[in-house]
Design a protein around this ligand. Sequence first.
Ligand code: ZN
Length: 92
Amino acid sequence: MSIEVHNLMEDIVLRDVDNIMKACGCCTCEQCRTDVVTYALNHLPPHYIATNIGRMMVELQSLEYQSRTDILAAVSEAARLVAEKPRHDQKN
Ligand SMILES: [Zn+2]
């Protein structure tokens, strides 16, 4: 049996990112959204759980409660940076 791990921080950031980006007036195209999510996740501590324990919702709520301010700050900062320097019109 293999145990899978999952970063709960990712769920929280993905859930909040759209609202925060809209509130910041940030472009919400796929490129900008990906940049915001990546930046925010790189500036937040990961929180891994084993996905087979069935306690995901409890863990999620508890993590969100503890880290709410940090998460909002990291995502807002990311949205601000991306809004200043969007990469969506750059050619790769
Ligand atoms: Zn964009």
